[in-house]
Each structure stands twice: as structure tokens, then as C-alpha cells.
Design a protein around this ligand. Sequence first.
Ligand code: DQA
Length: 188
Amino acid sequence: MVRALVHRARAAPRGDGPERPSPSPLLLRGEPLVPRVLVIHGPNLNLLGRREPGVYGRSTLAEIDRALAQLGRDLALEVESVQHNGEGAIVDAIQGAEGRCAGIVINPAGYTHTSVAIRDALAAVGELGVPAVEVHLSQPSAREPFRQVSLVAPVCRGSVAGFGAVGYLLALRGLATLLGGGAAAART
Ligand code: DQA
């Protein structure tokens, strides 16, 4: 069974002082249009917090997603997080980002080292204007030889590894910079 966890956070209005209506609000179906980032967590990451904590830390996926949502609000990004254990579901999520999301943060977990299909999907949407940043909690290049190859790294715009749960926040900041939010990403 494919299990998907979805968490969304909309960007909160920012402002100093009383709220004023924006002079020319850009609306999509009545909602403010802010760039949406898709965060994809791969197989077994639903077990974070209990899974090999000496390697992956004690943060749960829900805690990571909450921190991403908070940072998203600071960066004026909408963050949508999903977790899938299946390769096909991850390919579907990547393809589904086209036209809906400005970029992707992905931890393909074990598929990092094996999945041509996920690599091809990232390459395809990358060429269609949806850049991706790869993230790993651990430092795979310092682990077993089979983890030392990433099939997705060459088709991602950047990679973050070895910083535990904080790596997701670094990856989101990096993606925000790529998307043109450099000043906001640096300020916060
Ligand atoms: C991982 C590293 C992978 O080698 C492993 O299969 C994972 C998690 C990481 O975040 O460190 O499941 O992607």
C-alpha cells in the first residue's frame, strides 16, 4: 500500500504595522499566489525518530515538516510535504510538480543509489523549469560503498548531506535562493 503524508503550510502575510490590502494582489482562484515548494521524503523516512537514531537522529518526520513549514512562511513560500515508500509514487509526485510547484526538495532515501526512474523524472521536470535540491540526513559518501553513488545528484541543482534534520532547512534555503528569493533567504 502506498502511504502518503501530506502537510501544507501557506505563507503567512508579512508586514510591519497594520495590514493594508496589496495594491494589485496577484490571485489564483481567490488565493494569494506564492511559490510552492514540494518536499518529497522517500522510503523508510516515515520511521524517522525511531529508525537508527544514531545515523538519522531523533527528529520525527512530522517535526521536520513543521520546521519546513515555519521556514517556508519566513521565506514566503508554500511548502507541501509528501512521503512515499514506493518508487512509482515518487515518480508521480515529481511529474505532478510541473506547473504546480516552483521547485522540489527531495530525499530519495534508498532510491538515491538505485533509481534511474527517479533520476529521469527529476531530469525531465528540471528541464521543464522545476529545479530540485537533494538532501540527506546522513553523509552517504562517508558510509558503505553502495551509498557512495547518487544517481540523482547530477540532475539536481544542489545537494545537502550530513547535517541531520537541519539539512532540510538548508536545502529549502538553497532552493529559495535558486528561485530568486536570495535576499529573503539570506535575511532570515
Ligand atoms: C538517506 C541515506 C540513504 O543512503 C538511506 O538509504 C536513507 C536515508 C539519508 O537521509 O541519510 O534511507 O537518504
